[in-house]
Design a protein around this ligand. Sequence first.
Ligand SMILES: NC(=O)c1ccc[n+]([C@@H]2O[C@H](COP(=O)([O-])OP(=O)(O)OC[C@H]3O[C@@H](n4cnc5c(N)ncnc54)[C@H](OP(=O)(O)O)[C@@H]3O)[C@@H](O)[C@H]2O)c1
Length: 173
Amino acid sequence: MKASVFVGTSVDGYIARSDGALDFLPPDGGEPHGYDEFMASVDALIVGRHTYETVLAFDAWPYGDKPVFVLSTKALRPPPAGAVVERMMGSPEEIVATLARRGFQHAYVDGGVTIQSFLRAKLIQRLTITRVPVIIGVGIPLFGPTTRDVMLKHIRTQQYPSGLVKSEYEVLA
Ligand SMILES: NC(=O)c1ccc[n+]([C@@H]2O[C@H](COP(=O)([O-])OP(=O)(O)OC[C@H]3O[C@@H](n4cnc5c(N)ncnc54)[C@H](OP(=O)(O)O)[C@@H]3O)[C@@H](O)[C@H]2O)c1
């Protein structure tokens, strides 16, 4: 099973403020920059519990009826009607093996801690990072300490009129 990341960050690399707020990201993604096409390419989501709780507070559940696997060691707050949510725990290797066994082909991995642990386990093949034109100084980082260099191949970078800059990378090793 392939796994990809599609995330928005401040120019200084934060995915949320320290309290989880996303107010520095433009509402609804700002302008079309490939999110819908990316979502159409995945058949499952793997999200950390913090990300799940953020999304639960949105006005509308953004994942439709796509299966969402929420990683947590605790019981989850109930999902809204129509959402397909399952809690999972274990190593990234175990989670990917379980989803692959169940026939999933392409997972969207989301949440800072979660992305970092899947990257460490070499289980992310594609990273798409959209920088929004703001520096927020402090917050929840997309990346953190690593025990080794993660080599990337730059695929493309696109700029958008509102100032979004989207870069896609293949994770090499
Ligand atoms: N800018 C963006 O595009 C973007 C995208 C996604 C998220 N965000 C924001 O980023 C913030 C969340 O990121 P985050 O780094 O705090 O956390 P996160 O990755 O969403 O969640 C971390 C939690 O997930 C659970 N978890 C992770 N791996 C696990 C595993 N292998 N097994 C069991 N449980 C596991 C643990 O929950 P338990 O403590 O329950 O065990 C852990 O505390 C939110 O504010 C969210 O809105 C922004």
